[in-house]
Design a protein around this ligand. Structure first.
Ligand SMILES: *Cc1c(COP(=O)(O)O)cnc(C)c1O
Length: 377
């Protein structure tokens, strides 16, 4: 009999969700938008320290609306971190805009502010500044927000933060996602907390959030019949799923602690292996360690990333390759990029280990043992 499967990052419910969902059922308010949704938005905004928030069907939908209400439209260019999930850039295309991909810095794996500075300087000289920047906070770690905010201010570039992977992290004591014009989060099943599927858009600007909510509900004009002056979407989160989110929000700190413990335990178990390096933690913040990621240098480790992944798979353990940079994606062939070599190396050597917040010590030991067996004897 095969051993039970260890997943990369499965949902982890607490004791809070079922009673909150039961309340929604008891009130019959499964639709439309209702009290649980309002409460979830309020509680979420308070948790991250944002003024306003609106809950949507996914992080991707949130990013789509964030870019639209920030003012991105057809023909615009939007800079974007290259080392990320495809959903960071697809919404740029939904709006008829064009992405330009910016490489990572080695020390945080996030967008390199030095490269961004060079790029913006060049583009200002050419009279072709991008309209916006999608700044990704990768794998639970905040990007260097002071440096990036300063550049966006200086050049008049709208900052939209993709904090889908970094709820619960901090940058100098504040939540990534709350620094830009808009920020977005995801409650997909593999994220740090989940509503089974969902997302959130936050902003300091009440008008922007109101605009996003209006677009998310078919952009109906404020008259007493069905009239529409703009193209809208059906993007609002359900009141039932919001109840799940309220329960999950109560255990967010526990989930961050558990994921940080996973990381620390992997470090204890594997930190001595030559050629295996853990994703660094930037001095300016605290990572939520959404996923524990390592880089494997095949020459020194004695096996490459793929060999390790397959050895884990043979043990019924799910590990995943670090995101393939967007500038290498077939759908973005021909898009401009700034650098890219660091992200390419992180992709070639990078592996994400099982990182769920419900992992037990024996699970972590099973993963570590398998990785260790691949290393040079
Ligand atoms: C998960 C994720 C998204 C998309 O969120 P969904 O809720 O799955 O639509 C966007 N950006 C990043 C970086 C993500 O990891």
């Amino acid at each position: 009999m095969s051993k039970p499967r260890i997943y990369l990052s499965p949902p982890h419910l607490s004791e809070h969700e079922a009673p909150l969902v039961a309340d929604v059922f008891a009130s019959n308010w499964v639709a439309p938008a209702g009290p649980a949704l309002d409460a979830f938005e309020r509680e979420f905004a308070a948790k991250v320290g944002a003024k306003h928030a609106t809950a949507l069907v996914s992080g991707t939908a949130a990013l789509h609306l964030a870019l639209q209400v920030a003012g991105v439209g057809p023909g615009d260019e939007v800079a974007c971190s290259t080392l990320t999930f495809v959903a960071s850039a697809n919404p740029i295309r939904y709006l008829g805009a064009t992405p330009v991909f910016i490489d990572s810095e080695e020390s945080t794996w996030n967008l390199d502010p030095g490269l961004l500075a060079d790029f913006l300087k060049r583009r200002r000289a050419a009279g072709r500044l991008p309209k916006a920047l999608v700044l990704v906070h990768l794998y639970g770690q905040s990007a260097d927000l002071d440096a990036v905010c300063k550049l966006c201010d200086e050049y008049g570039v709208l900052l939209v933060e993709d904090a889908a992977e970094s709820l619960g992290a901090s940058y100098r004591g504040r939540s990534p996602g709350t620094f830009g014009r808009c920020g977005i989060y995801s409650f997909n099943g593999n994220k740090i907390i989940t509503t089974s599927g969902g997302g959130m858009l936050v902003s300091e600007d009440a008008h922007l959030v109101q605009e996003a909510r209006y677009l998310a509900t078919q952009a109906r004009d404020r008259v007493n019949y069905y009239q529409h002056s703009q193209i809208g979407y059906n993007y609002r989160l359900s009141n039932v799923l919001a109840a799940i989110g309220r329960g999950q929000l109560r255990v967010l700190e526990d989930r961050v602690e558990a994921r940080r413990r996973n990381f620390a335990r992997y470090q204890e178990l594997l930190g001595d292996l030559p050629g295996l390096r853990f994703m660094p933690e930037a001095p300016y913040g605290r990572s939520s360690r959404w996923l524990t990621c390592v880089q494997i240098d095949p020459a020194r480790f004695g096996a490459d990333r793929e060999t390790v992944r397959l050895a884990l798979e043979a043990e019924n353990i799910e590990a995943r390759v670090v995101w393939k940079p967007l500038h290498l994606q077939p759908i973005f062939a021909g898009c401009e990029r700034v650098g890219g070599e660091i992200a390419e190396r992180l992709f070639d050597h990078g592996l994400c280990l099982p990182s769920g917040s419900a992992l037990r010590d024996e699970d972590l030991a099973r993963v570590a043992e398998t990785v260790r067996r691949c290393a040079r004897g």
